[in-house]
Design a protein around this ligand. Sequence first.
Ligand code: NAD
Length: 457
Amino acid sequence: MANNEFETIVNNSKEISLKWRALPAPQRGEFIRKFGEELRQQKESLAHIITKEARKIGTESLGEVQEAIDMCDFAVGLSRQLYGLTMPSERPNHRLQELWHPLGIVGCITAFNFPMAVFAWNFCLAAVCGNSIIWKPSPHSNECARGIKEAWDKVSGDFSDLILILEGGNEEAVSICEDNRIALVSATGSTQMGKELAPIVSARLGKLLLELGGNNAAIVCPSADLDLTIKGIAFSACGTSGQRCTSLRRLFIHQDIYDDCVERLKKCFDDLIIGCPTKEDSQIGPLISESSYNSMQQTLDSLKNKNVKVLGGERLHIEDPKEYYVKPALVLVENIEDEMLSETFAPILYVKKYKDLKDAISMQNNVSQGLSSSIFTNEMRESELFLSESGSDCGIANVNIGTSGAEIGGAFGGEKDTGGGRESGSDAWKNYMRRMTATINYGDELPLAQGVEFDES
Ligand code: NAD
């Protein structure tokens, strides 16, 4: 990347942010509403680009564009709800009030696996809050980024530069992190990426929003509805070829139902339709790259070398010989293996028996990541324990639903090595604004807080 190209992008982004923030928030919302309409119009063609680049099956690609549309609708509503609190002042004739203002430029670094939705989480909130955005997409998904930008350009009038794309790799991401004109860096990707980029932003005391790797687990209790449970596990573990940050990687099954559950899972994994993502009946497409395939095989080889039972996981030669289709792997473990503690971004599901729910919760939490978690149970005491302060330590905790497939209405993100960021719904918009506390004295005296006396005479 030429230095002057980056300079131009940052300068243009700064300039447009000053104009954009002067628009009343509901007018900004109107632009986002039109953007959502444009995405609706282009839903099929945008989904097609996702399938082409990220190799997602059709229904998931359409779902991803729908997520971007949902974010637009959410942001339009927010444009009239960027509320600040008013607090009672301890001083007579005073008012204490919070005001929320835009940050300026938001830098957005995204991963390959949600090439449009994660940008939409960031852009819709950043824009409605009055910011411009510079987007560095994954090198695997530049065409997705261009498709989104084209849709924005159709509705944005003089505000085309509100979205500026910086294509490239690590170097471009580092430039965003180093530049103190970029107020907030929102980065989605591996934990390793977060650990490399966070110190750069922190060194200039910039704001950070990190959405990093997961290592998600589910617990199956004896009372679980097993039909529902197996379906939830299959989608979470195998959907998107195990390439979701929320993909299910570890499964703890109660000893009383373990054999039955494992038999059902084996059958379910055998029946999955793995094939070209453009085919209507395909449920699982290929891995994104050869290196993803290699890291999956390295993990499985290392387990096999320890005589751990691995079912599936082999490469399937379907259609294009350059693509890496794999059968999802079921790994039946007796002990916690080291491989279970890190995220291999591929369809590998570790299955372990448990006896006591508290032990299962503790095994679930005993990893460095903290993104998503599930419990399958029909016992209220078990689900409430799981959701309590002694339960799951993740940012997402589901009951009778798999670990993946979140809706936009809730705040999305995870704890520990997942980075602590929250994006998308609820009050995640606050991450894209600066909070100003204003105290207004409408009296004719100047009482000081905490009863402090300062008599100038
Ligand atoms: P990745 O970390 O390889 O890349 C993500 C982005 O960061 C890309 O734009 C890439 O160019 C950039 N990047 C990567 N390493 C960098 C470095 N050292 N310096 C500067 N920039 C760097 O991730 P990926 O393979 O594209 O996506 C998969 C990962 O993303 C998984 O770990 C997954 O769990 C995570 N993810 C997390 C979330 C979430 O919301 N928590 C969502 C999607 C993906």
